[in-house]
Design a protein around this ligand. Sequence first.
Ligand code: FES
Length: 568
Amino acid sequence: MGLRSSRWYSGSDRNSYIHRAWMRRGLPADAFDGERPHLAIASTASALTPCNSHLDEVAAAVSDGVWAAGGVPHVLPVMSLGETNLRPTAMLWRNLAAMAAEEMLRANPIDGVVLLGGCDKTIPALLMAAASVDLPAVVMPGGPMLTGHFRGAPLGCGTDVWRLSEEVRAGTLSREAFLDSGSSMIRSRGHCNTMGTASTMACVAEALGMTIPGTAGIPAPDSRLLERAHDTGRLAVGLVRDDRRPSRIMTRAAFVNAIVTLAAIGGSTNAVVHLLAVAGRLGVELSLDDFDRVGSGVPLLADLQPAGRHLMDDLFRAGGLTAVLKQVEDLLDPSAITVTGAPLTSCLAGAEIWDEDVIRRRADPLLPDAGIAVLRGNLAPDGAVIKPAAASPELLRHRGRAVVFDSVEDLHARLDSPDLPVDETSVLVLRGCGPRGYPGMPEVGNLPLPAKLLAKGVRDMVRVSDARMSGTAYGTVVLHVAPEAAAGGPLARVRTGDPIVLDVAARVLRVDVPDAELAARPPVTTGHARPARGWERLYVEHVTQADQGADLDFLTGSSGDAVGRDSH
Ligand code: FES
């Protein structure tokens, strides 16, 4: 079968004339001969997505690679999501970005696509789009930034913002010093340098087989990033010629490899929601419990913030993701192939650890069991997650009285009140922050601690919510409680003073209130948004719960690359 793009360009009728003539503009005549694959470079470059603002240069290197391999590149700007800028939360727009990218990939005369992302939601949105349109696709991550230093110590993007801001609230750091650190935090182009969501999703994309092995984690300013971008452009042309599509790469075996990777790198809890959404687009059977079952017993090997000490450029110089994966090779499914056509496991042969302080050997892990734990009980009938690697071990089994906040606004209004009935054994509960309730499931699950407890030296407490948390955050934080309060979940019926039981080893999250009494209480729905129009309304009416990936119900599945009608 000929190239998909030739359905636009080949022929001698009026329509093919129009398609070719308007696209010429300096392209060589043989660009439309039906032999040269046309590649979209779906770029999330945007000045308002600072982590991706350098992607124009990456796109140029990809373009060179496409030309060099005989293809024809076209940069396709797609909706970009800047994590630090977007209100009310970038997650509200992930599905819109995925939907827009999917439709533009399908509607345009292209044969394949290179996906350029970086900041948290951009790679997930592009993967969801690529999965649903199922054109040959490869991810080229923009890479993490270099490490900045403040007062002689390295700064982890995000993680140290949380830590330093809590020090200000505790009175152990001046506000001036805190503000000073801001100029050191972002040292270079690139996304956050911790194992936050952006780094996690780049690594997960690689584990899924969707990057050239060894790509995730190349620092954004490193010249090897552009070299790899060039290689990725070349490979994309080969992907089209081999008709290697995402549905052949992102199989269930690939998702198993992604979950193993997520545990070994101490990756972000956000990857759970994103992977469930991508799997949903592909029709791959993947459940919340797979994360617990597959991740169980996988050791934490990468000593990176927020679960550890180092940062992404340390991981790269220490051997990178492939060195980590080499240590857990026996846990990976060898049947899963990458964009190269070879199994992921066959790409690990030369991987070595160059700094065992950053990447631990299997025999000497940071933690023997780093998988994300899935909790259930009468407080989370459809599940909740916790990242034990980023929690305080002594709090993983805990019983304490709930202090309930109905919304983020309620939290901010009352958290530091001297009258708040809270002590260090309390469990902070935040509701109204799920996909539907906020809307968009913001990263507020690592709610700050009450100032009066910070002043006493308390630095962690059990927190429970239907929100997400930043991949750069840490603490004994139970997230993604499903169903959320706004969807009628039991979280809406919890009251301040109720005993909450967390037992991570037993995978339990419970409120010690008789079920009948809990059911009889009227649900609290204050703080839940009711959007009147536009995307927010569509989102609230159709978003699924966290355990389903928080995709829109009508976006799950694939429509393939077929276009029903011509434009003329
Ligand atoms: Fe963009 Fe952290 S804010 S990756």
